[in-house]
Design a protein around this ligand. Sequence first.
Ligand code: SF4
Length: 402
Amino acid sequence: MPVYSHSRLSTFEQCPLKYKYEYVDRLDSQLGETVEAFMGTRVHETLEKLYKDVKHTKSPTLEELLAFYSEQWEKNWVPSIRIIKEYEDFHYRALGEKCITNYYKRYHPFDQDKTIETEARVEIDLSDGIKLQGFIDRIAEREDGNYEIHDYKTGGWLPEQEKLDKDRQLALYEVGVRRKYADVEKVGLVWHYLAFDKTVRSERTGEQLGELKKKTVILINEIEEAGKKNDFPARPSALCDWCDYRNVCPAKKHEYRVEGLPLNEFLNEPGVSLVNKYAELDEAKKKIEDSMEKLREAILAHAEREGETALIGSDHRLKIWSAEKLKFSGMSDDERARLDALLKASGRFSDYARVDWYALEKALENGELDSVIAGELRRLAKPERVTRLYLSRLAESVGGLK
Ligand code: SF4
C-alpha cells in the first residue's frame, strides 16, 4: 500500500479521475504550474528562511526578506506559469509581498516561541500498515512546553472557525508530531491566513484524533477499492480550471482544446458546431412543446364550449377523449403501505406489483444483494449502454451566439 498524504486524500475527494492521473498513472502535467501555487511556494520559502535566520540568531529586516522573495520570484518564474483569473502576474507578486509583510509586522521579533523544525516531515501510523506522511510548515514549542503546528495559507479564502475545528490536515499532523517527539503533552493547531492577516487556532482531544484516524482509514480503504475496480469517475467542479489534467480529462479536454481558438475557427470546430446545433434544436423543441401545450388548452376549451368530442382539420381528425380515472401515483408512504397491505390481504399483490427497475439496478451496482442471487439476476439482464445528454448554459457566452 502506498504512503498516503493529506493532499492525496483531498485529491481523491475532489475528483477521483484527477487522483488516478496524478497518483495511479503518474501522468506528468503538460500544463504549467498555477500562479497561485507558484506564489504560495515563494511565500513559504521566504518564511522558512526567516525562521532559519532567527534560529541562527539573525533577525532579518522586512526589506531583506522582501528582497529574498523578489529574487526567488524572478529566478523561478517561467512563461508557462498559468494565470487563471483576470489578474496579472504582478498582482500575485504584490499579494505575496503583502502576505510576508503582514506576517512580519504581526510577529516581529519572532520570540513568541522556539522553532523546533521548519518543513518538518512527520509520519502517521493509522492502522494495519496504513501510513500517511505530511510536511509541516513550522513546529514550535511555547514557553509552557506545549507544541504548536503552524500552517501558512496564501489563498484568498478565510474559512470559519467551525470548519477549522474539523480540519483533517493539521489534526493528522498532530498525530505525527505526537509520534515524533516524546515530550509532547498539548498541541495547538495554528493557521496563518496571511492575505487577511488573521491567525486561527484550534485543538483536538484524544477522542477526536481517534475518530479522525478511523475516518481516514475508511477513506483510504475506499480509495484502495476504487483502485481494484479501476473506478475513478471524473467529478467536474469549479476547481477544474486549476487542474493539471484538463488537457487529457474527457470532461474538460474539448473545452481546453477550443478555448484559445480565434472566433471563426472556434465556431467551425466540429464539437462546437454540434453543441450549437443541439442547443438550437433544444430551444426550438421547448418552444414547440410550449406552443403545443397552449394549443391543447385552446382545443379543450373550444371542445367544451361547443360540446364536441371530435374536430376535423384539412387532413386530420382530432378525437378528444376524457374520463374520470382513479389515480394511485403520488401517494404518501403511509398510503402506499396501506395499499400494499390491502393488496396482500386480497391475495392479488403479485398481480399488480411491478419491480422497481431503478431500485434493482442501483442495488446491483452497490452490491446490496446476496452474491448468488445477484449473479443470477445479472445473467437475466441484457447489458445495454445508456447515454444521456445534459445541456447547460455557460456562465459566459462564447462567440456571441446568445
Ligand atoms: S479537469 Fe476536472 S473533472 Fe477532469 S480530472 Fe481534472 S478535476 Fe477531474
